[in-house]
Write a protein that binds this ligand. Structure first.
Ligand code: GLA
Length: 726
């Protein structure tokens, strides 16, 4: 059992293998947060203190008790108008024009298992793996009800939180803001770690103190964005990679989000994760509800290294779905950096022949195969094969390629339309565009109104016609702009940002059902929608449009804090790299790309020398040897690429017997000093054999003293060392 309720003091205790989460419905009916962290025993309500605090309001029922104030007390789901002047989890605009919401405890239920969320991705678990607590709160005046849902995955040390906002009254209300999780801490001393960036340089680690005032990150771009990832770590100031306590908050959602961290007047800390309140005014008529996407909480008392491994397991086992979620992925050869839009059937066939010779499993025909698509200014939305370009039908091309023993995959961007397209000419009203205003263009394309079922259904039909033309075994689902013109001809304007995302999910769900054996890789200009929400439908996501091995080290480092290697699409591309102009060795590019479970190539092998081709063949053999380990192993970050002279990571198999150490040197100097890489996660007393040399070392030696890296000339030298427990 993971969830306990004590009737006499109305305390709820959620227990995982190593953590405790506790809250209490107090005498006034407010749901107060008591504790979250390492496992503890007993009731934690002794932590609550009551003092008369000037200018902090007191609820009417506290009956002149000036020491009771929600402005000070830790809460589970704080609201506006209750005397709490800090940021609130929920703002509801009532029928009478007010924004008050005074939520009090009504009832609760504890159930075995975990339900899915209507229209949304969420952590899933078998009945025996999870337990769920539902607490119903209500505002007596407006009859707005909130169902707070807490699910505990005991073994995984995971607690999920989401909320349903229900209009139980007769008047229409508008939800202006809704979070799914609020963590109130009684003290200061916390840092907020977030992963921010830009197109082609996503998810850079940023750590800052949660000081007085509010620190807000989020997205207003319609997708989770390249700029801020919807997953943060709240760490004690002394916490490091391997030591100290920290909390993760990962939003399972792919659209506009908001994370707020705040330190209040008494040094207490509040962190919330939820829907972005800008561009959001969700109306609820009588009886209607809004489901707030799930936040996955996790706590680690051994730094953020352990926290990451817990999230990796959660995503691998409880978020990714479908045939490929537990399967080694095909090695891909993608046409994009090999030929961009200069694509035709012959070139794709040649690519497939090269793939066959190199031992690559699958060729992916990227952008440019449909409609009038010579560049990125036209053709999106016209999902008809350009047979003139291919020189045959799609079915014939695929057959020819399959005949070589090579599988076939294709690129699509269903959410978009070019003005210069048949689709736009026929259905200009399917686009998101504010009446009377000129739209905002990005990559010269417009966004289809995916909040509308009729639009989605029509596109779905078009795409299925393509997919049914041959043996397509992989789809790259792209989304190449941020949304600016929030307007729908049929959806209520306040709902558009949310309903759009649910529309994308609905489309993906239908696609997964219709094509259960097709692997779908997510993409949004690389990693612009790299989030746990998408992972529910697309078990791998193109990590970044930046394929430069050295930049990728940093991008993949930031990505690894929440997302497991099996979700990371990473390819070896040509040099000089197309995004940076940097040249790195084929070996280095291979070692870096092998940090992802979606391994492949993004180049034209026709331009390679025979030696290089030989090396690629070896690389693929090597990758296959480690593919299962990379997919399922425990991931340890051994350095910080933003300050250390090398980047290193270690993957250890679940049985602990095999480990793969990867190291890429970032610096080279004359008369270079030796770098010692210290390993982690090994068994101290076990003996490990280095496979390439036959040397053996004790786990304790490798962890305490490390392995000396060779001093060799040349930039960005890469090493991959396999260790086997003896
Ligand atoms: C995006 C993707 C690329 C490629 C292009 C095609 O930028 O991230 O990998 O597919 O679109 O237009």
């Amino acid at each position: 059992m993971a969830i306990y309720y004590h009737q006499n003091n109305r305390i709820f205790t959620l227990e995982t293998a190593r953590t405790t989460y506790q809250m209490k419905a107090d005498d006034l009916g407010f749901l107060l947060h008591l504790y979250y962290g390492a496992k503890v025993s007993g009731n934690m309500d002794y932590l609550l203190t009551y003092y008369d605090r000037g200018f902090s309001g007191n609820p009417a029922e506290s009956a002149m008790n000036r020491t009771y104030s929600l402005d000070v007390l830790p809460q589970e789901y704080p609201c506006v108008g209750t005397g709490d002047y800090r940021s609130s989890a929920l703002i509801v605009h009532n029928g009478d024009g007010s924004d008050c919401c005074d939520l009090r405890y009504v009832s609760h239920e504890i159930r075995q298992g975990k339900e899915s969320l209507q229209g949304l991705p969420a952590v899933y678990a078998d009945r025996e793996e999870a337990e769920t607590l539902e607490i119903v709160l209500e505002d007596a005046v407006s009859a707005v009800r909130v169902r707070l849902l807490y699910s505990v995955l005991e073994k995984e040390d995971i607690i999920t939180r989401s909320a349903e906002i229900i209009n139980g009254g007769t008047e229409k209300v508008i939800v202006e803001k809704a979070a799914s999780a609020c963590l109130d801490f009684l003290t200061d001393g916390y840092d907020l770690i977030c992963f921010c960036g830009r197109h082609s340089m996503e998810r850079n680690f940023q750590r800052r103190e949660i000081a007085r005032g509010n620190c807000i990150i989020g997205s207003r771009r319609g997708t989770s964005s390249h700029q801020y990832n919807p997953a943060v770590i709240v760490a004690r100031q002394e916490t490091t990679e391997d030591m100290g306590s920290c909390y993760g908050m990962m939003f399972v959602y792919s659209g506009n989000f908001m994370c707020e961290a705040e330190q209040d007047q008494f040094g207490q800390t509040r962190v919330m994760m939820g829907l972005q309140s800008d561009l959001f005014h969700y109306p609820l008529e009588q009886g209607e509800k809004l489901v707030v996407p799930e936040t996955v909480l996790c706590y680690s008392d051994e730094g953020y290294g352990k926290l990451s491994r817990q999230y990796h397991r959660c995503i691998r086992e409880h978020i990714c779905r479908g045939t490929y979620s537990h399967k080694i992925r095909p090695v891909l050869l993608n046409s994009w950096e090999a030929m961009y839009f200069d694509l035709d059937g012959e070139k794709i066939y040649k690519l497939a022949k090269e793939a066959a010779a190199l031992g690559i499993d699958m060729v992916v025909m990227d952008d440019g195969w449909f409609g009038k698509r010579e560049d990125d200014n036209s053709g999106l939305g016209d999902w008809q094969v350009n047979e003139e370009k291919l020189g045959c039908s799609l079915g014939e091309l695929i057959e020819k390629i399959n005949h070589l023993g090579v599988r076939f995959g294709i690129w699509i961007e269903p959410e978009m339309v070019s003005e210069d397209s048949r689709l736009y000419r026929e259905h200009p009203d399917w686009v998101m565009k504010v009446p009377g205003r000129k739209p905002v263009y990005a990559r010269n394309q417009l966004v289809l109104d995916f909040s509308r079922k009729d639009v989605r259904d029509a596109i779905f039909e078009n795409i299925c016609e393509i997919l049914d033309q041959g043996n397509i075994e992989y789809i790259k689902w792209d989304m190449n702009r941020s949304i600016a013109d929030i307007y729908s001809l049929t959806t209520d304007q306040g709902k558009v940002t949310y309903d759009y995302v649910l529309g994308v999910y609905d489309f993906l769900e239908k696609m997964m059902r219709k094509y259960p054996n097709v692997l779908i890789e997510g993409c949004s200009g690389g990693g612009g929608r790299f989030d746990a929400g998408m992972m529910y439908y697309t078990p791998q996501i193109w990590c970044s449009d930046n394929t430069d091995a050295v930049d990728r080290l940093r991008i993949q480092y930031g990505t690894s804090f929440f997302y497991p290697a099996c979700t990371v699409g990473a390819h070896v591309s040509a040099v000089p790299n197309h995004q940076t102009g940097r040249t790195t060795s084929l070996r280095t590019r291979g070692v870096v790309a092998m940090a992802g479970g979606g391994f492949g190539y993004e180049l034209d092998p026709g331009t390679m020398t025979e030696e290089e081709k030989e090396e690629v063949k070896q690389q693929i053999v090597q990758y296959r040897k480690y593919a299962e380990l990379i997919r399922t192993g425990d991931y340890y970050r051994l350095s910080d690429p933003f300050c250390d002279p090398y980047v290193s990571w270690l993957i250890i198999s679940q049985d602990g017997r095999q480990a793969l150490l990867s190291v890429v040197m970032l610096e080279i100097h004359g008369n270079m000093k030796v770098n010692y890489v210290k390993l982690k996660g090994l068994e101290r007393e076990a003996l490990y054999e280095e496979q390439n040399t036959g040397r053996s070392f004790y786990g304790s030696a490798l962890m305490e003293a490390g392995l000396p890296m060779p001093v060799e000339l040349g930039e960005y030298r890469a090493y991959q060392i396999e260790l086997q427990m003896k």
